[in-house]
Design a binder for this molecule. Structure first.
Ligand code: SF4
Length: 321
């Protein structure tokens, strides 16, 4: 028995957002897997539990349909600063994710970003396709097999050693921008020794930036707590000058009388539960307008509020299979 998010009818199937990002600007998401298809089952995952971790690479969604949606998005004069492969699972599990990266570069003339957990980078084919991205961000929040298992609860054939080997192999051939995300979870990787050990793992990868993140959104495990600002600042000091704390920056709402697009809203919160502030930023609306638009959807229970660290996020209802 596991919770799954209801698919909104009529929403774009593979695109979501754009999601505002301090580093990337407006990031249009491309989702190449059904919820939730992943090699890992991270305790902090905002998508909930992975029902069954997998290493099987296949055509989870038809690439031709994804490219068609991207073409339609371009035709409808969609605006984004980057196109990001992310969403309902690990994008490199898709056999042909590189075709999307190629299309983004050649047809959309936009930079592409690949967000990956890095567990498949040791595979030649994955490595060959991943180098087509302009920016690759890999998660590296552990420092040995035990910490890796505690944080990520991986598929039985995934190991920390393999992750490191794959990341090293990829880094040696990748000429684009390489970022590493360190996801901090209180009680697992926040001790001084843990932070130093993670930093030592990062050094040979020569990241262009180290992004420090924490569980600000609802996580797979109830007990997973976001670390405080003090810990983030402490980690910043340990990680050195390449490190920065990642956080979304709200844009000024336009308040120009626009309304919330239900289709876009459902497509977004299905993969990325959002606060009123997030939604105001994504849709360029005043906070009061967002609240007004959410109210009937809440009443009809088509969306649900989920409280996390004093902030309310809106998500699609969780159903039981
Ligand atoms: S956080 Fe990413 S890598 Fe971890 S389980 Fe969720 S989708 Fe997979």
């Amino acid at each position: 028995m596991w919770p799954f998010w209801r698919k909104p009818v009529g929403a774009r199937r593979y695109l979501f957002g754009p999601v505002p990002s301090r580093r990337l600007g407006r990031s249009l998401g491309v989702d190449l897997t059904p919820l939730k298809t992943c090699t890992l089952n991270c305790v902090y995952c905002q998508l909930g539990h992975t029902p069954k971790t997998t290493m099987e690479r296949r055509d989870y969604v038809p690439i031709a349909d994804v490219l068609r949606e991207l073409k339609e998005w371009k035709r409808s004069k969609g605006i984004a600063d980057v196109i990001t492969l992310a969403g309902s699972g690990e994008p490199t599990l898709h056999l042909h994710f590189g075709q999307v990266l190629k299309f983004v570069r050649e047809e959309l003339c936009l930079p592409s970003v690949l967000l990956t957990n890095g567990t498949l980078l040791h595979l030649d084919d994955v490595c060959r396709q991943a180098v087509l991205a302009d920016v690759v961000k890999v998660t590296l929040s552990a420092w040995d097999e035990d910490s890796f298992a505690a944080l990520h609860r991986p598929h039985s054939s995934v190991s920390f050693r393999q992750l490191m080997d794959g990341a090293m192999k990829f880094r040696a051939v990748f000429g684009g921008t390489f970022w590493v995300e360190v996801f901090l979870v209180e009680g697992i990787n926040t001790s001084e020794e843990a932070l130093r050990a993670i930093r030592d793992c990062l050094v040979p990868l020569h990241p262009d930036k180290i992004h420090l993140n924490t569980a600000v959104r609802p996580a797979a495990e109830n007990g997973v707590a976001a670390v405080g600002e003090g810990m983030l600042r402490h980690a910043l000091g340990v990680m050195g000058p390449l490190a920065e704390i990642t956080a979304s920056v709200p844009r000024e709402p336009s308040g120009d009388g626009k309304t919330l697009s239900e289709v876009e809203l459902f497509g977004l919160i299905e993969r990325h539960p959002c606060s009123v502030e997030d939604l105001a930023s994504v849709f360029g609306l005043a906070h009061s307008r967002v609240i007004e638009e959410l109210e009937p959807l809440l009443r009809q229970q088509r969306i649900i509020p989920v409280e996390r660290n004093g902030i309310v996020y809106y998500a699609l209802p969780v159903l039981e299979k």
